[in-house]
Design a binder for this molecule. Structure first.
Ligand code: GTR
Length: 416
């Protein structure tokens, strides 16, 4: 009985999250953001401050994925030149990660406009339930990896079947992208690292051992997912049908957090899009509005590195905040999107990050965002290389969101 009580206490301590959720702007605590720039010079930023901030994000928050001993290879296992009723070329690229006789694979699914006269710009983003869920296209292999159970999509026992083919088509308007001259590349995030607290035994983490020189506390799912996005980029630069100078990395929610971190680490991504990424993504941690550092670390202990938990309820002591993450993307085009009903993700905190990141964009001669006043609902704002909108509705990646991203990409990439 005594043992049971102790165990219960430990369990309660683990799941107990102290403060009430703040959804009231008046209850946001007073805070001061750490300063981003040390001088107004771009060269100082690029040579000193930027690497210093990257390192701080790595050591306090996102951790790292020690990939140096992993060999990656790509194989195009299937090409359909007449996909989507002839509109698109579909390719399945198997990315193989190998080390010490072990291999982990992830499928990169690619749709490109058929009959395009040259290489095309591409949106790259991870998906939540398997590549086969993004289109009702029978040619897409069904993922064999661990998939989170979903009643909505009939996914049971963490295994995907034909029943989930095409169920996420609403989040992936592939035909619309193709019609506008863009390609889409996507990876199921569970192929890279399954989204549960498994002590980093699965996905690409299964390849690691002591010889890779890391402390277990440095690992995180977000860094493994970001590594997968960068590896996909390694493939995209070799595909002559892809315009690798124009690849946008995009992600929704937890995958938005990973997209932002991938964009910060890998400057080959020439545009970064955060859709409702919230806490640990675009939203300022110090505001403690909606999801907090303590809540996210408690519910998802594997997303961030261990050091991040020491900032539970101590946000003011973080050496970084998320405006600095967005600043690491400068001067590349960045788009942050929120949803009115997604208060958990703190829309105002997401907007303010962008506003404060403007400091670095201005260094590069960009206009940045001029006001800490949010634009109205469904009134997208573009200020030079920065874009933002808050739309009506809930936490989701919708057609409205994509319409804004396509406009933004047209503006930056097609304007002559
Ligand atoms: C929520 C989590 C958020 C967000 C979201 C998602 O449960 O609290 O940080 O990432 O999941 O990924 O859909």
């Amino acid at each position: 009985m005594k043992f049971f009580n102790i165990a219960l206490c430990i369990l309660m301590a683990h799941i107990h999250v102290s403060a009430q959720v703040i959804y009231d702007e008046d209850k946001v605590p007073a805070y001061q953001l750490p300063g981003i720039l040390e001088s107004q010079s771009v060269s100082q930023w690029e040579s000193d401050r930027r690497p210093e901030l990257l390192r701080l994000f790595e050591t306090t928050m996102y951790g790292r994925f020690p990939s140096q001993n992993i060999t990656v290879s790509f194989e195009v296992t299937d090409t359909d030149p007449r996909a989507l009723a002839g509109k698109a070329i579909r390719k399945n690229v198997v990315m193989s990660f190998s080390k010490g006789g072990k291999t982990v694979t992830a499928d990169l699914l690619l749709y490109l406009p058929a009959g395009s006269s040259g290489p095309v710009p591409v949106f790259l983003g991870m998906n939540f339930y398997g590549n086969h869920t993004i289109q009702p296209d029978p040619g897409i292999p069904i993922t064999q990896s661990f998939v989170l159970n979903s009643d909505e999509f009939n996914i049971r026992n963490n295994t995907a079947t034909e029943a989930s083919r095409g169920v996420r088509v609403g989040r992936w308007p592939v035909e619309q992208l193709i019609d506008r001259g863009y390609g889409l590349a996507t990876i199921f995030y569970g192929d890279l690292d399954p989204d549960f607290d498994d002590g980093f035994q699965n996905g690409v983490h299964a390849l690691l051992d002591k010889g890779d020189g890391f402390e277990p506390g440095e690992l995180s799912a977000i860094s493994a997912w970001s590594y997968g996005l960068s590896t996909a980029m390694d493939y995209l630069v070799t595909d002559t049908q892809v315009d690798a100078a124009h690849v946008a990395v995009i992600g929704h929610s937890r995958l938005g957090k990973a997209a932002l971190w991938a964009g910060a680490l890998d400057q080959r991504f020439s545009m970064v899009i955060s859709n409702n990424s919230g806490c640990g993504g675009a939203a300022l941690s110090r505001r403690r509005f909606g999801e907090t550092v303590e809540r996210i670390n408690t519910q998802f202990p594997h997303w961030f590195c261990d050091a991040f938990t020491s900032f539970n309820n101590r946000e003011n002591e973080l050496p970084i905040d998320q405006h600095m993450l967005l600043a690491l993307l400068a001067p590349r085009p960045v788009y942050v999107a929120s949803a009115e009903e997604d208060q958990w993700a703190d829309p105002r905190g997401e907007y303010l990050s962008l506003y404060h990141a403007s400091e670095v964009y201005k260094c590069y001669g960009e206009s940045g965002i001029g006001s800490d006043e949010m634009p109205g609902v469904n009134a997208p704002l573009r200020a030079g290389s920065m874009g933002y909108h808050i739309r009506t509705g809930a936490h989701d990646l919708t057609g409205y969101d994509w319409a804004q991203y396509l406009e933004f990409a047209d503006y930056h990439w097609k304007r002559k």
